[in-house]
Design a protein. Structure first.
Length: 396
């Protein structure tokens, strides 16, 4: 693949990431609002013909009266607002970000030769094919007889995500795996909007404007996919920030950790939604200890194994030699790694004192979680990691 200047890549990354955040906030905001609105509509008041429920809201110094029609009113205006570009742009900017961060720099961020030796093209091909394949499998499940049973479908979708997580964590680096699990789920969500929800809504609208009774199946399918999107939102958000936390991406059973994130995040979304629409805390409060238990189990699974370092004492010189050979390609005043323009986070190892200053970070990133060096491009061995661990232990 072409190698762009790291400075240009950093700016490209920043601009796309900014756009991704803007689009994502817009999509999540409108999604959360309409799901909560739909759940909070009052049906026990006198309603006009064709209205299934209404809500009175106050915001920004004004009052809003919202009514939901199941059939088109006689004076349906032509300027009907469609909420779709938020979802489309979130996926588009997210995929562009994958290209800039993970595909153009696959050797650094996507590939870990200790997990599976791949070329840039191989890794990128597997990644893109898996995103597309995941959608087709998910869509087939929803359209099959399984899709008529909410509980069974939920279990199948959960199993699909777990299978994908297991595969990603056994093919890519920890960072690459987690971000692609998020992209895997995000692709399903965006495709739900593009291929199912909006087309079905368009069919319903067209029928109503013609004075016809629309097939209710379109609305049922659209609501099913919208519900899936709602409960998958929080897990996806965590996946998208996971590369900042080596204890997640480097967990021994990372694929199982993904399952807990999906369960905990989905249940948290359910609790917040039910609380927002006014459900009694006594009826929904059971979710809080369950979420706490899931979080505790996740913390247990992500805990690196403690290790006692035996053998001869590791000298400052030996430890510095390891860091110089394996880490300073990136963490120096003049990085030699072609994908790095400046030392990440300003961390540089020019002396033993620098190593002592960042000993905690070295232990977390290189000794306990193996997140560094990125993609293990410099080939740090387990013996070298153990020696660094022994050296850091002697400082305590």
């Amino acid at each position: 693949m072409p190698q762009l200047d790291p400075f240009v890549l950093d700016w490209l990354n920043l601009i796309i990431r900014w756009g991704h955040l803007i689009a994502g906030i817009s999509w999540i905001g409108t999604s959360f609002y309409f799901v909560a609105l739909d759940q909070s509509l009052k049906k026990d008041v006198p309603l006009p013909k064709g209205v299934a429920g209404e809500a009175w809201e106050v915001h920004g110094g004004g009052f809003y009266h919202v009514q939901k029609y199941l059939s088109a009113p006689d004076n349906l205006p032509p300027h009907l607002i469609w909420f779709k570009w938020e979802a489309y742009l979130t996926w588009i900017t997210g995929f562009l970000l994958l290209i800039a961060q993970y595909y153009l720099q696959a050797d650094t961020y996507l590939i870990d030769t200790a997990v599976m030796p791949l070329t840039q093209w191989q890794a990128t091909g597997i990644a893109v094919a898996s995103l597309a394949g995941g959608w087709f499998v998910y869509d087939a499940l929803c359209r099959s007889p399984i899709g008529k049973n909410t509980g069974v479908l939920a279990l199948c979708v959960f199993a699909l995500i777990e299978v994908a997580a297991y595969g990603f964590t056994h093919v890519f680096s920890g960072r690459g795996a987690f971000i692609h699990i998020g992209a895997f789920i995000g692709t399903m969500m965006a495709a739900n909007v593009f291929a199912v929800i909006i087309p079905n809504q368009a069919k319903i609208t067209a029928s109503l404007l013609k004075g016809e009774v629309p097939d209710p199946i379109y609305g049922q399918i659209g609501k099913q996919r919208s519900t899936h999107n709602t409960f998958l939102t929080l897990p996806v958000l965590l996946m998208m920030v996971s590369n900042h936390y080596a204890f997640l991406t480097g967990a021994p059973a990372a694929w199982a950790l993904v399952g807990l994130i999906v369960l905990g995040g989905g249940l948290t979304r359910w609790f917040l939604l039910r609380h927002e629409v006014g459900d009694d805390i006594g009826q929904i409060g059971w979710a809080v200890p369950v979420i706490a238990a899931v979080l505790a189990l996740a913390m247990t699974l992500s805990q690196p194994q403690s290790k006692t370092y035996a053998g001869p004492k590791v000298s400052d010189a030996d430890a510095f030699a390891i860091v110089t050979a394996r880490c300073t390609a990136c963490h120096s005043a003049t990085p030699t790694d072609p994908t790095i323009k400046a030392a990440p986070k300003g961390v540089m190892f020019s002396s033993v004192d620098d190593m002592k200053r960042y000993a905690t970070q070295i232990e977390a990133q290189a000794v306990r979680n193996h997140a560094m060096p990125l993609g293990n491009k410099t080939g740090m061995t387990q013996d070298e990691r153990d020696k660094l661990g022994a050296w850091i232990a002697s400082l305590k």
